[in-house]
Each structure stands twice: as C-alpha cells, then as structure tokens.
Design a protein around this ligand. Sequence first.
Ligand code: NIG
Length: 396
Amino acid sequence: MTGRTTAITGIGELTTNDPGLGLVRDAVVVLQGDRIVWVGHAPVAPAADSVVDVGGRAVLPGWVDSHTHLVFAGDRTAEFEARMAGEPYRAGGIATTVEATRAATDDDLETTLVRHVGEAVRQGTTYLETKTGYGLTVADEVRAARIAARHADEVTYLGAHLVPPGADEESYVDLVCGDMLEAVAPHAGWADVFCERGAFGEAQAERIVRAARARGLGVRVHGNQLGHGPGVQVAVRNGAASVDHCTYLSDEDVEALAGSDTVATLLPACDLSTRQPPAPARRLLDAGATVALASNANPGSSYTTSMAFCVAIAVLQMGMTVREAVWAATAGGARALRRHPADARAGQTGDGAVGVVRAGARADLHVLDAPSATHLAYRPGVPLTWAVWRAGTRVV
Ligand code: NIG
C-alpha cells in the first residue's frame, strides 16, 4: 500500500471487534488510502504524514446497516398514525409504496435514496445494504436495483416482497424465480423473500431462495416478523446468510440458528414502530446464535436510518449489553453481509473487511462525542456522532 498516511490519535476508547486487540485505551489508528494499516497503543504508534487528534473521544467501527429498503417514493404517515391509534401493522401496506414507487421518476427515486443514505452516513453508517421490492414488475425491479447499486454497498433483490395486488400468486412466483430474477441478478448480490402470512408461504419461499442460489446470488429471508412461522427454518435449511426480524421464535428456531451460520438480524426500531414485542435477543445470544442489528429503514414499518437508536433500544429494551449491541450493529452486520474477516468473501487476511478496526480492514471509523460507547445507550436519542471516515475519506 502506498500513499499518504493519516493517524487518528487521542482515542480514549477504541472498540476494535478484533479478538486479538479487544477494547484499546489511549489508542491510535493509522489509515492509508481506503484501508486501516495500523492499530495499537499510542506510545508505540508509527509516525504518519498527518494527524487528527480526537481529544479522548470513543471510536468504533462505522455502523454496518445490513437491512434497509431505501428505493421508494411516497409517504405513509397516515398509516403510521392509524397504527398509533390501534390499527395493526399489515404486510399489505407495502402496496401503497409500490404504487408511489412505480409512479416516480428515476430522478425522484435516486434523490430520495441519496438523501437517506446521506442521513445514515451523518449518523455513523459506513456500509449499507438496500433492497428492491417496491417495484414488483420486471422493469421496476431492474430500475430499483440499478439505482440502488449506484449508492449502496450491497444490493438485494426483493421481488418477493408481496404478490402485487391483482396478480395470480403462482404466476408471480414463477416470474420472481424466472424472468425477473434473470433481469435483476446482474445488478444485485443477494436475493430475499418475505416469508410471512400475507406475503409468501414456506413452499414459495423455498422455491425462491433455491432459484436465487442457483442463479449465483447469496440469499437472506424476512421471517418470523408478525407471528411464528417457517421463515427461520427455510433460511437455515437453505444456508441463508441471515434471517431478518426474528421477532417470534420457537425454541426450535433458536436452536436451528445457534447451530448454523445464518445470522439472526434483529430490527429493534421496526418492532417498536409496529408495536410488536421486542425480538428475543437474550435467548438467541445465550444459545450461541450470531446476532446482527439493523435499521430496516423503510417508509412503512421502520422509518429511521439511526443505528444508534437501534443500539439504544437493543440495550434498554432487549437485554443486550452495550458491547453486544455495538458488536451486532457493526461486526454482526458484516457477518450478515459476509464481509467480516471470518468470511471468505472478505479475503483470508480480512482484506477489505468491514465492521472491525484492524490492519487490512476498510477504513470505516465512527468517532463519538463521548468518552465511551456506553453513552450510546446511556444518552439515548442524543446525536453523538462527532466524525466519520468512510473508506478512508472523512465524511463528517
Ligand atoms: O422489513 N417486512 C417486510 N418488509 C418491510 C416492510 C416494508 C413496508 O411496510 O413497506 C420490513 O418491515
């Protein structure tokens, strides 16, 4: 690696997520290009071409938001108000956004996406996945994937978000597994299916994930969001990288997740905003499952891009410790996207990995205006982001 080096000094508390380094006090991180090239204690730090002193603040890896739906148009304030007045959340609300999204221009969709990605970055998110799923025709899904690929780090094909109103279910599943998959696959790395009552059933979900895998995409599943169901088992059986939501889990589901590589991605802001019970984070962690936290930013069930808010809920309401929640929102998200140093996709040396602070990883850092990461839950709702480096560039 050649080029100028920048040392971030004066780090009071550094969360590395690297088992060999742990939590480092009085730390220095050296960046070069888009990579971290050195991490350690200040007294033994190498010289660098430039220095940024963060004045004793806490530093952690940038948030890895592994679940968002940000290619959309329209507004669902009225649906939210009705929900707060006692209406239940229903999968069918997705159709409202589908209608608005189809009617929007490419520019409208792109402007909205850029605005939300910028909002996330300003709050410390440095690696972000987003999905299609509000188009639900071949042309609209391809359009969403193309736009997503210009601004998100990872793109997921979610043609299987809902059977479009008026469509025949089985013919739609044929389309999702056939022509639509063929058309969207060149623009996406992942495929997803909403396996839930009111969306897609077990056999349909199984067919969709198998077709996507056969087409070379990684797979993930939306499951167990609104009630007990087969989503987790479909995901684990098919080697999905993650199953997202996991609000209603049986003991068998927890056991299956604990015995697999499938990450349980919990979406605390969604559970809160849809008035569902909090996902059973403690049961999953105690059983040995890998847990990620993500925002699920979308206009229906969770209209927030704040990963800090998700971490605070996970600690205050879901029984996670601050360390567990911060790991889940950084390294956990990286595992769900197979970008953690432990994943082959990140290269054997962890080259270009995200969610960790160690030599070779992408230079994604989040500096808090606080002395420790504990303040994320101790001071909920307070904007604590003080500086952000994304792939080596200071963006906040
Ligand atoms: O993850 N569950 C399905 N999809 C989104 C909701 C999208 C919407 O309501 O528009 C979710 O919660």
